[in-house]
Design a protein around this ligand. Sequence first.
Ligand SMILES: [Zn+2]
Length: 239
Amino acid sequence: MNYHLSRYHRQVTMDGWGSEAQERLSSSRAFIAGVGGLGCPVAMNLVLAGVGHLRICDADTVDITNLNRQFLHGETDIGALKTSSARSSLLSVNSNVEIKAFPEKITAENVDSLVGDADIILDCLDNFTARHAIGQCAVRKGIPLVHGAVWGMEGRIAVFHPPEAPCLQCVFPEAPEPVETPVLGAVTSAVGSMQAIEAVHFLAGEPVALKGRMLIMDFSAMSFQELELSPDPECTVCS
Ligand SMILES: [Zn+2]
């Protein structure tokens, strides 16, 4: 068995998978907005699965308060760009993937060039100004946006992809002020891993499960509920 098949053997042998799905992953491109609490598990799981081309974007540097959850950054990375420590950690796990790092703040002006030719966008952000920019970019490019958010022991995920499913702005038309929330690393890891599952499904050529639905998780009670989401016919972005 060659290196490529050996490395991914345990997922290629899953039902309905095979080497063709793996090839699709290898040639696919993902944009990860933020390599913090959610971006670390998202990026790591995409790299483990063999998604071939990642564009990671984050303007922040590593702070000691990040280290309870952001496992791509270590103690010696404090003060360094998160994109640098994340890229280095990811390549140490899988040197066969391409990782382009963009240490930039996402704005309405630069978002289209940052996302580039990505097939999917992963929303691992903590503020709605940048979220709205990537949400609008996803609509313009016609690609899905996998949204994730965490506060305390709670989290949520959804996949926005008009026209069958709403866009991000249909569901979150307003941009609330960013607030610092307490958060446990195991919760961001769980929610980020679920975002990665949806992205891997889509990039491998399978339908995503959460199109038009939002999963809301209360990890303190291990209680999950879901909301049906519909496109807003008055939406200024996708209608
Ligand atoms: Zn919309």
